[in-house]
Design a protein around this ligand. Structure first.
Ligand code: ATP
Ligand code: ZN
Ligand code: MG
Length: 469
């Protein structure tokens, strides 16, 4: 990419979340990810700086990649773009943006962006005849906090996602409640995972998107009717899952397509890159860690309680769950440690930088995070380590998993030149067969200062749930 010859016509709107807007290249398998800022702040000088982008890259590369595994993480690089290109690009993409996202604007002042591989497409520009599929899942928090640290019993029974759902629907964020429960997805039990993914696809909200040939064709629509409904999606996916079965009627065919799609996804999410299968991450039971199921999930208690094999070691979900579990105290247990740190900073403001509360995110930060004393010795070091762990866990609770599916046979051209296994894993299930590649996106650091807000939000969500039971 020649930075001085950037042309906005080579790029198109790809998608956005609350904090970032992404554009993709029309030919190359690349995306640019821009930060967004609140338009209410637009009169003040925009604070987004090159440093913020660098922190994102460093956090991904030095902290999240070692924890989640470098085969899943692509931290990208910061690039400096001509301001005129960025300005033209922002004008070009504006009309593609969903209205409800436009309270924030794309950063056009710093001239920076993150350049990343387009993870909705297969790695290494692998050409395919059929457009590849990509399913994006934002799994959210997959465990319940331990009873030791929480003030409300309900938090040890109903997961954060399910309590938050009630709050969001009541506040009009979504029209309907999602029946997805992350504890089922992270259970490692195929039946529970199946049910979780089915609910995600049926009510995608902000937690599931589907791309075909790098283009988003399905996502939770908020008012807009731009995206197809589930039935037309399944019809669209028919050639991938039911090639040459014109006999099936529409409804049955759609059911079969959905079933196959979910099976392939379960397999991709449990794949551990060829390591010995069988190693399982043990959890569940009523021990300290909390039970392994959520009472809001609609599955029978029997299914939830029994047959919980845990996740294969090193599969993407197990890596994410382990990292989420660095939050061992819950926001309520963290609160006194945050206060301790705050008091310390009042006395020694200079320590904010040497304790690395706002970065740099380097090997020393990871070291502090990982080498936390087992018990609270009343020290600042302990408080810092716990705060770091909490923030890292927060990132892992908010990331998205991208599963790219390429119909088998399409990837064959590749095996001669490179070790295909390094690029794509193969589905083991019976036909239809796919090769897949799995990655994790959105691994930005969560600011230290957001901790008090997290406590307030937690309180609001839980109180609302209790009052509206
Ligand atoms: P959220 O509010 O959900 O946390 P965000 O503002 O942090 O979102 P991202 O999740 O990073 O933004 O990006 C927005 C969307 O852009 C993602 O949901 C995903 O569909 C797409 N996206 C992000 N990174 C990539 C990538 N490397 N390749 C392809 N698509 C990407
Ligand atoms: Zn739940
Ligand atoms: Mg995000």
């Amino acid at each position: 990419m020649e930075l001085d010859k950037m042309d906005e016509n080579d790029w198109k709107y790809h998608g956005e979340g609350n904090k970032n807007l992404v554009v993709s290249h029309l030919q190359h398998f690349r995306v640019l990810r821009f930060l967004k800022y609140s338009t209410e702040d637009s009169e003040n000088a925009p604070q987004t700086s090159e440093q913020t982008y660098r922190h994102i890259v460093d956090f991904g590369k030095n902290i999240m990649s070692p924890l989640l595994g470098d085969r899943f993480v692509h931290s990208g690089e910061v690039i400096k773009l001509p301001l005129e290109f960025v300005r033209q690009l922002s004008i070009k993409v504006q009309h593609k943006r969903p209205q409800w996202r436009c309270k924030k604007a794309m950063d056009i002042y710093s001239g920076c962006a993150l350049c990343l591989p387009n993870l909705t497409l297969p790695p290494y520009n692998l050409p395919t005849h059929t457009p590849p599929l990509c399913i994006e899942i934002k799994p959210k928090c997959g465990f319940l906090p331990s009873a030791r640290h929480v003030s409300r019993d309900i938090k040890t029974k109903i997961c954060r996602f399910c309590t938050h759902q009630r709050y969001k629907v009541a506040n009009g964020k979504w029209k309907r409640s999602s029946l997805y429960c992350p504890l089922d997805l992270f259970s490692g039990n195929k039946q529970r995972m199946y049910s979780a993914i089915k609910h995600l696809i049926e009510e995608p909200q902000n937690n599931c998107k589907i791309f075909k040939g790098g283009q988003c064709i399905y996502e939770g629509n908020k008012g807009s009717e731009d995206f197809q409904d589930l039935n037309s999606l399944l019809q669209d996916l028919r050639p991938y899952f039911l090639p040459g079965t014109p006999m099936l009627n529409g409804h049955l065919a759609n059911k079969a397509v959905l079933n196959d799609l979910i099976q392939v996804l379960v397999e991709a999410l449990l794949n551990n890159g060829g390591e010995e299968q069988g190693m399982r991450l043990e959890r569940g039971g009523d021990g300290e860690e909390g039970q392994g199921f959520c009472e809001a999930s609609l599955l029978t208690t029997e299914l939830k309680r029994n047959s919980c094999p845990g996740l294969p070691r090193d599969c993407v979900l197990s890596r994410i769950l382990h990292t989420q579990m660095l939050d061992s105290l819950d926001i309520e247990g963290l609160q006194p440690l945050y206060r301790r740190l705050e008091k310390h900073l009042k006395l020694y403001p200079g320590d904010r930088s040497c304790l690395q509360l706002d970065g740099p995110y380097d090997a020393a930060f990871l070291d502090r995070t990982q080498k936390c004393p087992a018990e609270d010795d009343g020290s600042i070091d302990y408080a810092v380590a716990k705060v770091h762990q909490y923030r890292v866990a927060l990132t892992a609770k908010d990331c998205s998993v991208m599963v790219v599916l390429v119909p088998r046979g399409e990837d064959e051209g590749l095996s001669g030149q490179m070790k295909a296994r390094d690029l794509l894993c193969s589905s083991r299930s019976s036909a239809p067969r796919f090769s897949f590649s799995v990655s994790i996106v959105d691994l930005d650091p969560k600011p230290f200062d957001s901790i008090p807000r997290q406590l307030i939000l937690d309180h609001q969500i839980v109180s609302f749930y209790i009052e509206n039971q």
